[in-house]
Write a protein that binds this ligand. Structure first.
Ligand SMILES: Cc1cc2nc3c(=O)[nH]c(=O)nc-3n(C[C@H](O)[C@H](O)[C@H](O)COP(=O)(O)OP(=O)(O)OC[C@H]3O[C@@H](n4cnc5c(N)ncnc54)[C@H](O)[C@@H]3O)c2cc1C
Length: 383
């Protein structure tokens, strides 16, 4: 930690460190496996009860209203103490969008249940034919009285088979541009006509699923923004999502893991070099996150694309170093004894492959940076 801190920040850090030391369930401490919904949500609810589950939400919406530095302190102390992951689609994706664009009724209905962890959310954007080219989506919705009737197929829906609600993009009309005619809607996953099929990842967990919608009726009051005008809401959400993926939480976690493994091995100049490199890169990421978060403005922020690329590639680089440190143990999936108990080399490495894909692939983020930040012309397609 290279940054200067005020006495208040130092006191906050000490308070967080002590609370994490006492309260993280031992079974989940330093876990790389994805905790079961029951375990993950118990931990979520503990953080919620302490008032620390939504540091980036404004106080008026039930959040902590934390400064970017306080947010980073929380991430640093959680990583140091081995705090487990939990679902963040409610906190980091739909929550901030409802705060900005939701109706008072939607805010009243949904925000407190996101904060308390009583309702789990998932994101229904991607479809088998619409990933990077999201606006090609073809899940259809037609207006019938005071409802939308939705049919289609979503895929790669993180935690979709454990979620209570899904925010989704559906096509309500065909405009001259494919971005027109898309509607952003909130779907109760208990509604008749919905089925879900889990998909297993390379890391062995059932991170995501497919969601099939067959004539699913959704009240019109569940539309966020205007009918046919959902693209603006969708991209504002993606910008928020990338800012949160761009936070240093995962890099700090990977760095902590590298430190523990390095401490369990005979020191060498190569290990010292990899550790120093990882520490400097994590500090660079923290500085970039603080910079973007402090200038945070409403709406679409192209800087979030830069942060997403930097954060995800930093994590992958640190975990590549961990593989190098592991040497011939790298492919072993069994846990190895380290200074903080049994850890395994490969699970976090395998999980980190997904980082440069979700939230919009890093290739797409580079195009956004080139065209929207640097103002470079879009490449011409060859005939
Ligand atoms: C772990 C994980 C969790 C996910 N969770 C969710 C979720 O909760 N909800 C959800 O809606 N989606 C989710 N996704 C889906 C994710 O958003 C998409 O996988 C991603 O947008 C890429 O789309 P695609 O898989 O269709 O790949 P494609 O779009 O087919 O891309 C394939 C490859 O081609 C490259 N490519 C495509 N177009 C271009 C271009 N114009 N220029 C340069 N390169 C290009 C891509 O970068 C990529 O390398 C998740 C994905 C993963 C891996």
């Amino acid at each position: 930690m290279l940054r200067p801190q005020t006495p208040e920040e130092l006191a906050f850090r000490a308070e967080v460190a002590e609370w994490m030391r006492v309260n993280i369930p031992e079974k989940l401490r330093y876990a790389t496996f994805r905790p079961s919904p029951h375990e993950a949500m118990s931990w979520y609810k503990m953080l919620a009860a302490r008032g620390w589950v939504a540091p980036h939400w404004p106080v008026a919406s039930g959040g902590m209203g934390a400064t970017p530095t306080q947010q980073v302190i929380l991430m640093e102390e959680m990583a140091r103490a081995g705090a487990p992951d939990f679902p963040t689609q409610g906190l980091n994706h739909i929550g901030p969008i409802l705060i900005k664009c939701g109706t008072p009724l939607q805010q009243k209905r949904f925000l407190s249940k996101i904060l308390s962890g009583d309702e789990i959310w998932c994101q229904g954007y991607s479809e088998p034919g619409a990933g990077s080219d999201l606006a090609s989506l073809c899940t259809r919705a037609t207006v019938d009285g005071d409802s939308l009737v939705i049919s289609g197929h979503k895929i790669w829906t993180t935690w979709g088979h454990h979620a209570d609600w899904m925010f989704a993009l559906v096509r309500t009309s065909d405009g001259t541009r494919k971005q027109q005619g898309i509607t952003f809607v909130l779907i109760d996953l208990k509604t008749a006509g919905i089925s879900r099929r889990p998909i297993r990842t390379i890391a062995g967990d059932d991170e995501f699923c497919e969601v099939f919608l067959d004539s699913v009726r959704v009240p019109m009051e569940n539309i966020v923004g205007e009918i046919d005008q959902g693209w603006k809401v969708a991209t504002a959400l993606l910008s928020e999502e990338r800012l949160r993926i761009g936070a240093p939480a995962l890099a700090l976690k990977a760095l902590e893991r590298l430190r523990h493994f390095a401490a369990a091995l005979p020191r060498s100049s190569r290990i010292e070099h990899l550790l120093a490199e990882a520490e400097i890169e994590t500090e660079t990421l923290i500085a970039s996150f603080l910079n973007v978060a402090e200038r945070e403005a409403a709406g679409n922020r192209p800087e979030s694309s830069y942060l997403k690329v930097l954060a995800t590639e930093t994590v992958q680089k640190i975990l590549d170093s961990l593989q190098e440190v592991a040497g011939e143990s790298a492919p072993i999936r069994d846990a190895v004894l380290t200074s903080c108990g049994y850890l395994d080399y490969s699970e976090m490495f395998l999980q980190s492959r997904r980082l440069t894909i979700y939230g919009g692939t890093n290739e797409i983020q580079r195009t956004i940076i080139a065209t929207k930040v640097l103002g470079l012309p879009r490449g011409r397609r060859s005939a």
